[in-house]
Design a protein around this ligand. Sequence first.
Ligand code: PMP
Length: 401
Amino acid sequence: MTDFDFAKFRLQFPALTHGQCYLDSAATALKPKSVIDATLEFYSQEGATVHRSQHRAAQSLTEKYEQTRVRVARWINAALPENIVWTRGTTESINLVAQSYLAPRLQPGDEIIVSQAEHHANLIPWLMLAERYKATVVTLPLDEKFLPDLNRLPALLNRRTRLLALGQMSNVTGGMPDLSRAIELAHANGTLVLVDGAQGVVHCPADVQALDIDFYVFSAHKLYGPTGIGVLYGKTALLDDMPAWHGGGKMLTYASMQGFTPQTVPHRFEAGTPNIAGVLGFDAALGWLESIDTAAGERYAQHLATQAEQQLAALPGFRSFRWQTASILAFDIAGVHHNDIVTLTAEQGIALRAGQHCAQPLMEAMGVSGTLRASFAPYNTADDVDRLVKSIKYALELLAD
Ligand code: PMP
């Protein structure tokens, strides 16, 4: 596995210059220098905001800001830049769809199908809506590999099903359901599909047109971009038919004391001064990603996860929840609590995560109270794998005393 120049890739990340063993990229990716520079440049050089002022800096900034929308559209093969709505992240994007698309259409007794593998971000907004409108969240159960069981989907779809909410990739197992099949089944029933791409977009951005996805949501920060900026992709006809959500400046074309006329999409959903630094930083992240062989980087990260899994498998009680060759490795050690292990590995300087990973229903399906999770990115090294394995062994020795 030498086809990826990890040393060169790693050098782009200032956060790694102190020898940190960072194995928490599924929570958030580290930022390359180009992203940090773009953000810094905005705050230090560009005294302006977007879509408001007439002066030259404001105009050129608005152009750059809108060009990023074009770039994001290209990244997921959206038909138009207007299909891209800026949000604070995946969570806000899902809440926007829940409140602006689904809420006005939901009748008592309607159903929303949600897989049991979802992150809370793709469950709680639907539960909140169901409670408010007397609708029902229907569970799409998992198969033996903890993947949403699409064989059981046809029996769950009926004339009351308004939406299917499905993750592209689990943030725990790394499992990826067959999106194309799920969407085909849902559409055959006249049901829309929201795909949570928070993890999936990092490893394999969805082609929203080829897959015929209705809503696709993700955050910039897992894709090497800044925090606080994310995307809602929606089909034109769906977004056009959604009422404004947050009220405020620049989401309207006319306002009086009696009412207002909303803007066209996407600006209708972007009230207030936006996260300009976030958008520019995200632009830098995408530009940088376009310049590297991400497929080779992905293979390399998966290879590291395989090495870690194989070495940890020698430990008594080790159990892996990893799906196929995913770069995310969730695991536990029988008889030892994940919190005890992670406290000791943290003392060793290992950035590992333990707990429920905002996926408690999935933990229930897996029959565990939580897991450890090492998530690998192309900036990790074989040395990180060694350090992880050594620190787990060390923790287990201490805990056995
Ligand atoms: N869905 C999945 C699968 C995730 O991994 C995450 C982030 N952990 C989210 C949704 C929520 O993303 P954010 O916190 O950036 O809104």
